[in-house]
Design a protein around this ligand. Sequence first.
Ligand code: ADE
Ligand code: ZN
Length: 357
Amino acid sequence: MNPDAARIEAGRLGGIPAERLPGLIADSPKAELHLHIEGTLEPELIFELARRNGVPLAYADVDALRRAYAFTDLQSFLDLYYAGCGVLRTEQDFFDLAWAYFRRAARDNVVRAEPFFDPQTHTARGVGFDVFMPGLLAASRRAHDELGLSVGWILCFLRHLPEDDALRTLEAALPWREHLLGVGLDSSERGNPPEKFARVFARAGALGLRRVAHAGEEGPAAYVRDALDLLGAERIDHGVRSVDDPALIRRLASERIPLTVCPLSNVRLRVFPDLASHNLPDLLRAGLMVTIHSDDPAYFGGYINDNLLQLFVAHPELGGKQAYAVLRNSLEASFAPDADRALWVASLDKLWAHAAR
Ligand code: ADE
Ligand code: ZN
C-alpha cells in the first residue's frame, strides 16, 4: 500500500478540522454520475436560445422564470423542465448547453462526468439524433481536449412513455452506439415501475451498454429492488426510499450497489423537508456505497460542490471520513476504465493524506 493510502487507512481523516473540509471537498477530484444535461439549461441560456431560434417564452425575463422554480413534487418540476427544452433546436444549441456545463464542472474539479440525455424529449419535437448527438459529442470532445475531462454519455428512456417508444429510441440510437456508455431510466416514477422496461433494458444489455435507473426517489423501495432484478441496473439513481426495506439495505450494502444521491434536488422536490432531515447519514451508517451529485443544477440551485458542501454543513455529525468516502465512491462507481479510476483515486488520496498529516 502506498503511504498516502496507508495514512488514510489508519483512520486519521476524522481528525481533520471541520474548517478545512470545504476547501478539501472543493479541491478533490470527483465524478458527476447523476446529472441530466437538459437540467443544466440555465435561465439565461433559455432566453438566449429562445431569442436565437425565435421561440416564444411564457415568462417576461430571467427573474420571472427563476421565480417559477418553486416545485411541489417531481411532476411539477418535470413540467417546467420539458417546457425549457423547447428552446433547444439546433446542433449548436446542444453544443452550447453541454459546453457550458463542462466548463462549470471543471471548476468543481470534476474529472469524470457521465451525463444523462433524454432523446425522446427532443425527437417528440422533431429534433432528431442527427441534431443533438453531434452537438453533445463535439462538446464532450472539446471538454476532453481542453479541460482534461473524461465523459461518457448515458441515454435515458422516459418512463411515462410506453416501452415500445423506448425500444424505437434505442434502435434510432444504434448508429451512435460507439459513443454511448449506457442507458438509464428517468421521468415520472410513480405508476411507471421498472418491469415496464424489462425488454428494452435486456436489449441494451445485449448491446453491451451499461445500465442504471432512477428508483426510490418518489417511488417505493420495491422499485429499487426491481430495477436491480428486472433491469440489471448496476447503479441506482436516488434510491433514498431504500431505507423502508431493511432486507434491501442489507443487499445494497453487501453487493456494493452505488446510490447516486442528489441532496438539493431531494429538498427542492420535497422528498425531504430540508437538508438536515436528509437520510444520507443513515445510508452511510448502513454501509452503503453512497455518492453525491447534482441532478438538475440549473433548477435546484447548485452544482456538485454545492451539493457536497451544503450537505456537510447541514450534518455536522459527518466529518472527513465520510467526505472522503463519498468522493472516493464517486470515482469508484464510475464506469471509466480501471486504470483511469486508479489514477483519480491516487490523486484524491494524495490530497487527503496531506490534510491528515
Ligand atoms: N429527469 C430530470 N430530473 C429527474 C429526476 N430527478 N427524476 C426523474 N426524472 C428526471
Ligand atoms: Zn435524476
